[in-house]
Every structure is written in structure tokens, then in C-alpha cells.
Ligand binder design. Structure first.
Ligand code: GLU
Length: 381
């Protein structure tokens, strides 16, 4: 197993899988065999404890097939109409395929603007976490009937990138109809080589990605590389792989060298932590017991409610807070996932009690490790 793949996979639990139109469409509309093949592999992963959400394309293709249309649809309203026809059919296919394994699916139709509006964004995140807690597979697509700009250009690549950030995915897999990113256009005359790992998205890498779209309006490799830029900047690894290949997901999780792996930007994490530690002004204090202190300082863990003795200050979720030990010595600064009033209610409790006490549990952690800068001895924060 390649070293970087092994390292990345060892930390993965939440996974977002984007399935492109080119993977799903066959001669007779949506290719049911492919859907079943992928669903079987996804179910296998859920049994191993991975939490999976899916971003799927294919609504337009399915609607076109139903209406007996082929080629490229001319106008935006036609594409939107085709999506409106196809979306229900697409969901039925996923619902049947997952249903065979006893799993329920949930449809989520979003536009990227839903994710830039903070209130809607929080609603989306809460819905998703409730679904995932129930063991339901979220099946996400662009809300094509209202999102005119978005279906112009492979936007599900972008949507998946944004969703990966929202669900704090540890890995985003983009399944498409090529084996990954090639050093030149693979349909060109010269022989193209697959790039197995991209450490940094340089101008060369961007130039290697072609923007050719297939007839049903996908964004080609270019929109995937743009998505890769976002995802890796969030600190999330990104894999582009061939979705029709049998066992593709199994192989990825076995650490096989398939597809193109874009490594997460580790500097991103460093600069984010710097920003948390030195730029943000703390809005409150969490006083931690010795167990939580050890977990944070010695074991690199997140902060859970059970380790909190007391809350000070009045802050909202997302606000920066300082974690101190029982002597008042600062240990870490981080972004709180819950407001001070909610933390006050759940402090000292087990994570499993959060929902019971405050009605929902968008997060297990009060401060996630990724959003936490630990105080170095001798440095003031
Ligand atoms: N949302 C479109 C569909 O379901 C696809 C857009 C895309 O491929 O990016 O057909």
C-alpha cells in the first residue's frame, strides 16, 4: 500500500462520494447494474463503520432518457425540466438499490447558495447529521430546477467540495468516467500518463485538466481540479477515480494505487490553527478536568462534553473559546461547536446524552481537534 494512502486512510471515517453522470448513464438511461455495483460497495463500507454520504448527478440524463431525448439539450429550461423529470427516477433507483440491503436513503436537493448562507448552511448540516445518526444514506444533488447557473458547468463537483467541508468529511471521492487526472488530454493524439498523486495543484496540473464536457453537461476534468483545490485547502484529501470499474471503492479503501489522489494541504491546517490561536479573540472559557486536559495535551484528542467542569462567558456556536485547566492555566483555544448555554447544560455528560438534553446533536465534540490550537509552553494566546 502506498505510504501516503495508508496514512490518509488510517484517519478516515466520514466519506463523501460523488458519482458523475458519465458513471451512471448507460445505453438505456441510468445503468442499474452500475448503481447496484456501487451501492453494494458503499454498503460494505458502512458495515465496516464508515459513514457515507453521496452526491449524485444523473437527474438530467435520466429525464432525457424518459423523454426520449438525446444529444445536448439546448436551453436551460429544458435541462431544468429534464432534471425535474429525472430526479425522482434517480432517487427511486438509489432507494431500491440501498433498500435491498435494508438501508434507507434521503434526498437532499441543494444549491451552492444554500451553503453560503449561514442559517441555511447550519440547517443543512443539522439535517445531515440527524440522517447520518439514523444510519440513513443522504443522496445529495443540485436543486437543478431552481439553480440556473449551477448546472452550466459540472457544478456537482463544486457542490461535493462544499459538502465535504460541511460534513467535515475525511475523504472526498469523485467517481467519474476517466481513471483520474492525466498529464495531458487522454483523448488527444499523444500518449497520456495517469498522475497517481498530486501533492500541490500547480499551474501544470491545472493545464493538464481539460474542460471538455460530455453531452449531458458535465464539467470534465477542469471542474474536478477546481474542486480539488477547494477540498485540499480545507485539509481534506480528494481522490478522482473511475466509477465504472468494479471494486473501485473497495480498492481505494484497501489503499490500492488507483485514480489520482490529491493530498490535503497541511499548511492549511497550520495557518488555520495560527489564525485560531493568534487572530481570533476568545469569547469565553471552558474549565476542564484533568482527564480532558490529558486527552488534549498528551493524546491529541478533541474536547468532549464529559471533560468540562464549568463554562464562563456568553458565546454562540462557532465562537472562539479558551480551554483552561482547574488552576486557570490556558491549555488550548478553539472554535466551540455549541453555544455557552448549551454547553452549560451538557457539561460533564457523555456525548450520547447530548441529544436527549438539548434536542439535537450536530457534533460529538465541543471543540474539534481540527479547530483547536493547543497552547505551547511559554507562549501566550
Ligand atoms: N445536477 C445535474 C444532474 O443531476 C448534474 C450536474 C453535474 O453533473 O455537475 O443531472
Amino acid at each position: 500500500m502506498a505510504k501516503e494512502r495508508k496514512e490518509i486512510l488510517s484517519d478516515v471515517k466520514n466519506v463523501l462520494i460523488k458519482i458523475g453522470t458519465g458513471v451512471l448513464s448507460g445505453k438505456e438511461g441510468i445503468d442499474l447494474d452500475i448503481v447496484e455495483q456501487l451501492v453494494d460497495e458503499i454498503v460494505e463500507l458502512t458495515k465496516k463503520g464508515y459513514q457515507i454520504a453521496v452526491v449524485t448527478s444523473g437527474a438530467i440524463a435520466s429525464g432525457m432518457h424518459r423523454m426520449g431525448l438525446s444529444g445536448k439539450l439546448k436551453s436551460m429550461p429544458e435541462k431544468q425540466a429534464a432534471a425535474a423529470i429525472g430526479q425522482g427516477r434517480l432517487m427511486r433507483i438509489y432507494s431500491n438499490a440501498f433498500g435491498k440491503h435494508g438501508l434507507a436513503v434521503a434526498q437532499m436537493l441543494l444549491t451552492t447558495s444554500d451553503l453560503t448562507d449561514r442559517k441555511r448552511f447550519l440547517n443543512v448540516r443539522n439535517t445531515l447529521s440527524a440522517l447520518m445518526e439514523w444510519g440513513v444514506i443522504p443522496i445529495i444533488n443540485e436543486n437543478d430546477t431552481v439553480a440556473v447557473d449551477e448546472i452550466k458547468f459540472g457544478d456537482n463537483d463544486n457542490l461535493a467540495a462544499m459538502m465535504a467541508n460541511i460534513i467535515e468529511a475525511h475523504l472526498l471521492i469523485n467517481l467519474t468516467n476517466t481513471k483520474g487526472l492525466y498529464d495531458r488530454n487522454p483523448s488527444g493524439a499523444k500518449k497520456a500518463k495517469l498522475i497517481p498523486v498530486v501533492e500541490e495543484i500547480t499551474d501544470e496540473i491545472e493545464a493538464a485538466a481539460t474542460a471538455e464536457a460530455d453531452p449531458v453537461g458535465m464539467g470534465g476534468m477542469k471542474s474536478k481540479v477546481i474542486a480539488a483545490k477547494k477540498v485540499t485547502a480545507f485539509g481534506i484529501p480528494f481522490i478522482i477515480a473511475h466509477g465504472k470499474t468494479k471494486g473501485v471503492l473497495r480498492d481505494i479503501f484497501a489503499g490500492e494505487k488507483i485514480g489520482t489522489l490529491f493530498l490535503p494541504d497541511s499548511e492549511h491546517m497550520k495557518s488555520r490553527k495560527y489564525w485560531i490561536a493568534y487572530t481570533l479573540r476568545s469569547r469565553g472559557k471552558l474549565i476542564l478536568d484533568d482527564g480532558a486536559k490529558r486527552a488534549i495535551i498528551e493524546q491529541g484528542k478533541s474536547l468532549l462534553p464529559s471533560g468540562i467542569i464549568k463554562v464562563e462567558g456568553d458565546f454562540h456556536e462557532g465562537d472562539p473559546v479558551t480551554c483552561v485547566d482547574m488552576d486557570g492555566k490556558p491549555l488550548a483555544k478553539g472554535l466551540a461547536n455549541y453555544s455557552s448555554s448549551d454547553i452549560d447544560k451538557i457539561k460533564g455528560l457523555k456525548t450520547s446524552k447530548i441529544k436527549q438534553v438539548i434536542g439535537s446533536k450536530p457534533y460529538d465534540e465541543i471543540v474539534h481537534r481540527d479547530n483547536m490550537a493547543v497552547v505551547k509552553e511559554g507562549k501566550k494566546q
